[in-house]
Ligand binder design. Structure first.
Ligand SMILES: Cc1cc2nc3c(=O)[nH]c(=O)nc-3n(C[C@H](O)[C@H](O)[C@H](O)COP(=O)(O)O)c2cc1C
Length: 356
């Protein structure tokens, strides 16, 4: 039996099991480009999403393939579209499917003022009739599953996502992703997992929970507490693409894999950089990869100096020099120095205690 229980007509009819894994990578602007998706896919993951793409922008682009950044070797790839005009969204979805999208996701959660001012993204949480019209138009236009990513609601408080989610499912949406914060709430507010549970209990399609999964155990807890069918991870994957496969190992096989070693971190960071060079050229890759490189070494003891060098790289040679085996040795020496320092402090503290 499917872990997803009742699935709707579209999911049953499609030969593609688009929710093949119980942990998914979230769409993230400026992050989930081709190179990052390739890294996550290589480490092990199911469905991956592109960053949000504006539907009008896609249709007007001189070369839409550059904007979508899909590669034929990518397996299960979902394209997330943002927009509020049903016909435009439908036309953009048709184009995205032609270019390789296996799933179309409708963005109904982006709270950015620029996006909301156009009636797009999270503005649709306040405009359910328009949200349903968009879903219906896109579903009628494409033959792949159409999913929607929503917020808990517009304002803090009541979870209006339950009503909107049900209406979208009636219109034929194949699954719902729910980020457990209202559009007006920022990350300082904890994601409301009860809202995810409420949605799961009210619709007959797979529900994907999202918000505050930073460790494999968080993914398991979310599934257990909410009954959701799958978990979607965003910030936890920054500089930490292993989180997806580690969460899958725990959720699907009950195995808790250790975090990556420093060597593995450096190797994957370097590989990520090389993949970015392949897809966008060295100069652009260097600029766009700086934040990723910094994330990879965040929280490594002694990594601050390395981080400040990584955010200035201009080419592959520099990245290789910084992340080569010499740097690993250097960091280990720094760590050794720190350990010796703490050992001395501890010994001092202990002798102080004995003296008193
Ligand atoms: C850098 C960044 C970019 C994001 N871009 C998108 C986006 O393009 N589309 C979208 O639906 N959500 C986007 N989000 C929201 C995430 O997909 C996710 O819903 C949110 O961060 C909560 O999940 P988390 O607690 O795992 O981070 C973005 C979040 C971050 C941090």
């Amino acid at each position: 039996m499917s872990i997803f229980g009742n699935t709707n007509r579209l999911v049953q009819e499609t030969s593609l099991s688009f929710l093949s894994r119980r942990v998914l990578l979230a769409p993230m602007v400026g992050v989930t480009d081709l190179a990052f998706r390739q890294v996550v896919a290589r480490l092990g993951c199911g469905l991956l999403f592109t960053e949000m793409v504006n539907a009008r922008g896609l249709l007007a682009a001189p070369d839409p393939s550059r904007l979508l950044d899909l590669d034929p070797s990518e397996g299960l790839i979902g394209v997330q579209l943002a927009g509020s005009e049903p016909e435009v969204m439908a036309a953009a979805a048709v184009l995205a499917v032609k270019m390789g999208a296996k799933v179309i996701d409708l963005n109904m959660g982006c709270p950015s003022p620029r996006v909301v001012a156009n009636g797009d993204g999270a503005a649709l949480m306040r405009d359910p009739s328009r949200a349903v019209a968009i879903a219906s138009a896109v579903i009628a236009a494409v033959g792949v599953p159409v999913t929607a990513k929503l917020r808990k609601g517009w304002e803090a408080g009541r979870a209006s996502v339950v009503e909107l989610g049900s209406r979208l499912v009636e219109a034929g949406v194949a699954s719902l992703t729910v980020h457990g914060r209202a559009a007006k709430e920022n990350y300082s507010v904890r994601a409301d997992w009860d809202a995810l549970k409420q949605v799961k209990e009210s619709v007959p399609v797979p529900v994907i929970g999202n918000g505050d999964v930073f460790e494999p155990r968080d993914a398991l807890r979310m599934l257990e507490q909410t009954g959701c069918d799958a978990v979607m991870i965003a910030r936890g994957a920054l500089g930490n693409p292993w989180l997806l496969s580690r969460a899958i190992a725990l959720v699907e096989n009950g195995e808790l894999w250790p975090p990556p070693s420093m060597e593995e971190r450096f190797l994957v960071a370097l590989e990520h950089f090389e993949l970015a060079v392949n897809s966008k050229g060295e100069q652009r890759a260097a600029v766009e990869m700086r934040k990723h490189l910094a994330w990879y070494v965040t929280n490594l003891p002694g990594g601050a100096k390395l981080r400040s060098a990584l955010v200035r790289v201009t080419n592959l040679r520099e990245v290789k020099d910084l992340l080569g085996s010499g740097s690993i040795r250097h960091l280990e020496e720094v760590n050794l120095g720190q350990r010796q320092f703490y050992a001395k402090q501890w010994a001092k503290g202990k002798s102080g205690l004995m003296e008193s």
